[in-house]
Design a protein around this ligand. Structure first.
Ligand SMILES: Nc1ncnc2c1ncn2[C@@H]1O[C@H](COP(=O)(O)OP(=O)(O)OP(=O)(O)O)[C@@H](O)[C@H]1O
Ligand SMILES: [Mg+2]
Length: 303
């Protein structure tokens, strides 16, 4: 379980995150989605007690990251953006080393178990430096799991993997949910919707949306972009549409067709229809144009 309240972090004068609040329930997989520089890694470093916040608080597995950082670290598995692996060590000796460092009982058994879980058992005796990037990522995941943590914090776990490995790692993460509470960062929206039950979208250090992937799509689809066709296209019509509050773009598509976009969350179909009827331009058709998750993400993070 993770509870974050008004978390703020300054690097000098720069607020990398500002008043970030969200919760992750026990057993839930949450996606932390945002473009480069949004503040994902900063938030994760605070959640894993590697860095204190400037303001606000975070509870992880029942402990405060600032006041009980040791208890938090014991209960959290962290896969950072770049996992500090030792290239000359074998997979088994590295995981064994990490397990001992974290005071795991029965290290040998635990190491074998996580190597199985993360599908690296076949490479147990291979030097980490000789592994492909995908397998190194798996070792990164294995080290995060070796002390059997309640909470997993995964910073872009599929970055740099080939499509097949991406699918495998996503499946692996999904299979780890239920028992464990997981937060993973990504800038790929489809990844968030495939793996996670809920998505928090962060941009420039602030949360801009939070919902299930389904509701996020449903809520944002339809109202925002409308295709319409009239029998009497004219420049006045375009101007009249632009004058409606909340409408951002009007694009003529030829043959009296127009694509009209309004600000996120604003359904202006009633106003559009009224304006066209009033002007006598002959409304023939009006329908919402669905936006892909990627488009929604770009819109949310552009505003
Ligand atoms: N150690 C640091 N010192 C100064 N500024 C930093 C430091 N780490 C991050 N920043 C700044 O804080 C902001 C948030 O960075 P952060 O690494 O949290 O973003 P991110 O969402 O993880 O991005 P990415 O997708 O590129 O990994 C950025 O503007 C970044 O330049
Ligand atoms: Mg990052």
């Amino acid at each position: 379980m993770i509870q974050v309240e008004n978390l703020t972090k300054y690097y000098g004068d720069l607020a990398a995150i500002k008043d970030v609040s969200f919760n992750v329930d026990k057993g839930e997989i949450l996606a932390f989605l945002g473009p480069n520089g949004a503040g994902k890694t900063t938030t994760m470093r605070i959640l894993t007690a590697y860095m204190p916040p400037s303001a606000g608080s975070a509870q992880v597995a029942g402990y405060d990251v600032f006041h009980d950082s040791l208890e938090v670290r014991r209960r959290v598995g962290y896969m950072p953006e770049t996992v500090p692996l030792y290239p000359e060590m074998t997979v088994r000796s590295y995981l064994d080393f990490v397990a001992r460092l974290r005071g795991v009982d029965d290290c040998r058994k635990r190491v074998e178990a996580v190597m199985e879980t993360c599908h690296v058992a076949d490479y147990a005796e291979t030097a980490i430096g000789k592994l492909s990037k995908g397998y190194r990522q798996r070792v990164g995941l294995a080290q995060a799991l070796v002390h059997d943590p309640e909470v997993l914090v995964l910073d872009e776990p599929t970055i740099g993997l080939d499509p097949k490995q991406i699918i495998e790692v996503r499946e692996l993460i999904r299979s780890l949910g239920g028992e464990r509470t997981i937060i993973l960062s990504t800038h790929i929206l489809s990844e968030a919707s495939q793996v996670c039950g809920r998505v928090v979208i962060i941009n420039e250090g602030q949360i801009v949306a939070e919902d299930t992937p389904e509701r996020l799509t449903a809520r944002l689809k339809g109202g925002e972009r409308v295709y319409l066709q009239v029998s009497q296209p004219s420049a006045e019509l375009e101007a009249a549409l632009r004058a409606i509050e909340g409408i951002t773009t009007v694009e003529a598509k030829g043959d009296g067709g127009y694509e009209v976009e309004s600000v996120l969350g604003a359904d202006r179909r009633t106003e559009i229809a009224a304006a066209i009827v009033k002007g006598g331009w002959g409304l023939l058709e009006m329908r919402p144009v669905g936006m892909s998750l990627e488009e929604i993400f770009l819109k949310l993070t552009a505003e």
